[in-house]
Design a binder for this molecule. Structure first.
Ligand SMILES: Cc1cc2nc3c(=O)[nH]c(=O)nc-3n(C[C@H](O)[C@H](O)[C@H](O)COP(=O)(O)OP(=O)(O)OC[C@H]3O[C@@H](n4cnc5c(N)ncnc54)[C@H](O)[C@@H]3O)c2cc1C
Length: 314
């Protein structure tokens, strides 16, 4: 069975949920082989084994010190060495750039922001605010596919996760940009935004930097908090929580939009959410075209009542 390379997303050895999703997809196509860049492979291997990784290719840790180019060189080399059937990465901004560069090196087609992939390597996209599903297949070379976090449900399956160290000669050109400092995002009690099963986001309709109406509902639901760009640009919420085209992409089971109009740039970051609940006082707000459940009303009345009811039922 041909190998399917999965680029691992991890923070200091802690494997992110999206990698377990990619391994689940990879198992449909062939034999999943994880590709580990940076420190912490020893700590992360057990989790990769739980989701069926047969092998773990471990690159020299120093590769993690560079920006995207050496990672693309590594993936292209591994495809050549292993005759892999496909390369899967998560559809983060950094990994989409790695995917593009890898595809150029391989002379392959690349598909990004995919929400599912079949055993035959047919990729599914959700477009036009989730109203249309399209299918695409790479016709040239080894497909390089970037899959959105939370689009696929991870399913455990035992794998050996046998470690294989990879020696790679990175070109001088690829070493042109080096990471000089990493600043960890503030990590609170709430789940990480791109991995959360429920996201509650607030927009301009919140009306001030008092986001407690959004946070209280999020905490009652065990959800992450997000924000529209209008709320972020107003200085009401930190920009790492922005959802949308120029923010994070989320695809939770439930997305709650409080006082968000539903501009196309906001939709770009949340339209693949499985269920969308919108609260907006304007019945004509475009978010209602996308929402599975809509409440026309003042969020400052609706959200606290919802929070109270959920808290009561817990
Ligand atoms: C290149 C580019 C990139 C962009 N990237 C992003 C991005 O990543 N993310 C993003 O979000 N935007 C992005 N934008 C901005 C986007 O176009 C919108 O301006 C923005 O999403 C609007 O945010 P909003 O819905 O909170 O505000 P508004 O559009 O002003 O909507 C506020 C909504 O709140 C409702 N409301 C007001 N008061 C209440 C109340 N008390 N109760 C209930 N409802 C109420 C109103 O009816 C209205 O529908 C981008 C724009 C550009 C040009």
């Amino acid at each position: 069975m041909a190998e399917v390379l999965v680029l691992v997303d991890h923070v200091d050895g802690e494997v992110k949920k999206v990698t377990t999703e990619l391994l689940t997809v990879a198992r449909r196509i062939g034999e999943p082989a994880a590709v580990w860049i940076g420190d912490g492979a020893d700590a992360g291997r057990a989790r990769l084994a739980e989701y069926g990784a047969a092998k773990v290719y471990v690159a020299p840790a120093e590769l993690g010190d560079y920006v995207v180019a050496p990672k693309a060189e590594l993936l292209a080399k591994l495809v050549g060495d292993t005759s892999a059937a496909a390369v899967l990465v998560s559809a983060t901004a950094e990994n989409k750039e790695i995917a593009g560069r890898t595809a150029v090196k391989l002379g392959s087609g690349v598909l990004t922001d995919v929400v599912d992939v079949t055993a035959e390597l047919v990729a599914e996209h959700s477009v036009f605010g989730g109203s249309t599903i399209t299918h695409a297949k790479v016709r040239t070379g080894v497909p390089v596919i970037a899959v959105r976090p939370n689009a696929v449900t991870p399913e455990p399956a035992e794998g050996a996760a046998a470690q294989e160290d990879v020696a790679v000669e990175v070109s001088d050109a690829a070493k042109g940009a080096k990471v000089v400092e990493r600043v960890a995002e503030e990590k609170g009690e709430r789940p990480e935004l791109t991995e959360a099963a429920i996201v509650v986001s607030g927009g301009r309709g919140v009306g001030s930097d008092d986001f407690s109406v959004v946070e209280n509902l999020a905490d009652a639901l065990g959800a992450a908090v997000g924000a529209s760009r209008a709320a972020v640009d107003s200085g009401w919420y930190p920009n790492q929580f922005q959802v949308g085209q120029t923010g994070k992409t989320v695809s939770p089971n439930l997305y709650v939009a409080l006082g968000i109009s539903g501009a196309i740039q906001h939709r770009a970051g949340m339209q693949t959410s499985k269920n969308i609940l919108a609260v907006n006082k304007d019945p004509e707000a475009p978010i209602f075209e996308l929402a599975d459940f809509g409440v026309v009303g003042d969020l400052h009345t609706v959200a606290p009542r919802l929070t109270e009811e959920i808290t009561k039922r817990k």
